[in-house]
Design a protein around this ligand. Structure first.
Ligand SMILES: *Cc1c(COP(=O)(O)O)cnc(C)c1O
Length: 397
C-alpha cells in the first residue's frame, strides 16, 4: 500500500447516514442557546420556539405536497415506521372491535418495519411478507392477490436501503384502493425523501415516513406524513405535543435543521442526481469488469447514489475490512445487519444463494463524491478482490 493510498479517505456509506450540511448546521446553532424555550411554554421564548417548529412544518409540507397539519415530527425513521404500523393496526382493531387483522408487507423491508410486523404477529396479527423478483421489485399484482377481508394496512418501502431498487408505490396504492379504499397504504420513504421528487398527494399514500439524517440533517429527528382523516393511534404517550399524537418535547433545532436540509436537497436534486447517476453508472460499469461479479437491485429503477454488488468467492466482511484499511467506508448489506454473519434478508429474498449473498458490497455516493473518489474505489476494490481470491480456498475454485 503506498503512502498516497493510506492518506486517502472516501466515505461511500451515505445510505447509512450523511454529513450535516454546513448551512443546516449554521441555521441550527443559535437554536441551542438563544432560542431556548420549550415550544409548549406560554411565555415569549416558548412562543418563539413554537414559531420555529410551525415554520419548519409548513416548509416540509410544501415540499412534500401536503398541508402542514398532515406532518408529524418524530425521533427517527424507525419511530415513524413503528408508529405508522402499530398505530394503524390498533386503530383498525378498535374501530372493528376485533382481536386480529391482516397486514401486507414485503420480505425486503428495513428491520424497523420487519421487526415491528414480527412483534405484531406475536400479538396475533396476521402478516403476509410478499416476495420480490430478482431485482428486488415488488409486483403490484402480488399485493392485490394478498388482500383479505380484514386487511388493514399495506406497508411497502419506497426505495430499498440495501440495493437501491425504487418500488412502484403509486401503482400499488392505486391498485389497493381499487379493491378496498379503506385499506391504508404506508410507505417507508426514508431512503427516498431528499433524494427523489416526492409528492404525497400524487402518490396517494395514507402515511409516509422520513428521517433527517439520511438527507443531511442531524440524527435523531424524523417525521410521518399522515393524510387528513386517517386515524393512527398514539405510540408515544405524553404531553399534548404534535396535537396529542406524539408526546415528548420537540427536538426543535433538529426539526428546523431537517426542514432546511430538505429545502436544500429539493433545490439541488435535479443537478445532484444527474451527476450522481453518472458516477454511479461509471462505478457499476467498471466494477462489473471483475470476474464473477453482479449488480444487485434494479438496473435502472434505482436510487441515483446507490451501487450494490455481489462478488463470488468473497466474504463481504473481509472485503469491508480491507477497504476500510484503504480509507474507504462502505457497507455489506445494511448497517444494522452487518454486525451479524447472516447474509442480508434482502439478497436472500431476491433469490441469491447464501454463499453469493455473503459476498455483497454496497457503495452509496453523495454530493461530495468526485470522479477521483470513484476511480480510487474501483482501483481498490479490484485490488482487494484479487488479493482475497488469491488467499482464499474459495477463490481457487
Ligand atoms: C435508515 C432507515 C430507517 C431507519 O431510520 P432511522 O432514522 O435511522 O431510525 C428506516 N427505513 C429505511 C429504509 C432506512 O434506510
Amino acid at each position: 500500500m503506498s503512502h498516497e493510498q493510506k492518506n486517502r479517505f472516501v466515505y461511500a456509506d451515505n445510505a447509512a447516514t450523511t454529513s450535516v450540511h454546513p448551512v443546516v448546521l449554521a441555521k441550527m446553532m443559535p437554536l441551542f442557546g438563544e432560542v431556548l424555550g420549550n415550544p409548549s411554554s406560554l411565555h415569549a421564548k416558548g412562543r418563539e420556539a413554537k414559531k420555529y417548529i410551525d415554520d419548519a412544518r409548513s416548509k416540509i409540507a410544501g415540499i412534500l405536497g401536503c398541508e402542514a397539519k398532515e406532518i408529524y415530527f418524530t425521533g427517527c425513521g424507525s419511530e415513524s415506521d413503528n408508529w405508522a404500523i402499530k398505530g394503524a393496526v390498533k386503530a383498525y382493531l378498535d374501530r372493528h372491535d376485533k382481536d386480529t387483522c391482516h397486514v401486507i408487507t414485503t420480505k425486503i423491508e428495513h428491520h424497523a418495519v420487519l421487526h415491528t410486523c414480527k412483534a405484531l404477529e406475536k400479538q396475533g396479527i396476521k402478516v403476509t411478507y410478499l416476495p420480490v423478483d430478482e431485482n428486488a421489485m415488488v409486483n403490484p399484482d402480488d399485493v392485490v392477490k394478498a388482500i383479505q377481508e380484514d386487511t388493514a394496512l399495506v406497508a411497502i418501502m419506497y426505495a430499498n436501503n440495501e440495493v437501491g431498487t425504487v418500488e412502484p408505490i403509486k401503482e400499488i396504492t392505486k391498485r389497493v384502493k381499487e379493491v378496498n379504499e379503506k385499506i391504508l397504504v404506508f410507505t417507508d420513504a426514508v431512503q427516498a425523501v431528499g433524494h427523489l421528487p416526492i409528492n404525497v398527494k400524487d402518490l396517494g399514500v395514507d402515511m409516509l415516513a422520513f428521517s433527517g439524517h439520511k438527507f443531511r440533517a442531524p440524527k435523531g429527528v424524523g417525521g410521518l406524513y399522515v393524510k387528513s382523516g386517517v386515524v393512527v393511534k398514539t405510540l408515544i404517550e405524553g404531553g399534548g405535543q404534535e396535537k396529542g399524537k406524539r408526546g415528548g418535547t420537540e427536538n426543535m433545532p433538529g426539526i428546523v435543521g431537517m426542514a432546511e436540509a430538505l429545502a436544500i436537497a429539493n433545490e439541488e436534486m435535479q443537478d445532484d442526481n444527474a451527476r450522481l447517476a453518472m458516477l454511479r453508472d461509471d462505478l457499476i460499469r467498471r466494477l462489473l469488469e471483475i470476474p464473477h461479479s453482479r449488480l444487485t437491485g434494479h438496473p435502472t429503477k434505482r436510487l441515483p447514489g446507490t451501487a450494490s454488488f455481489t462478488f463470488e468467492y468473497i466474504e463481504g466482511e473481509s472485503l469491508l475490512l480491507m477497504l476500510d484499511m484503504m480509507g474507504i467506508c462502505a457497507s455489506t448489506g445494511s448497517a444494522c445487519s452487518s454486525k451479524s454473519l447472516e447474509p442480508s434478508h434482502v439478497l436472500l429474498a431476491m433469490g441469491l444463494p447464501h454463499e453469493i449473498a455473503h459476498g455483497s458490497l454496497r457503495l452509496t455516493l453523495s454530493h461530495e463524491t468526485t470522479q477521483a473518489d470513484v476511480d480510487y474505489i474501483v482501483e481498490s476494490v479490484k485490488k482487494v478482490i484479487e488479493r482475497l481470491r488469491e488467499i482464499s480456498p474459495l477463490g481457487r475454485q
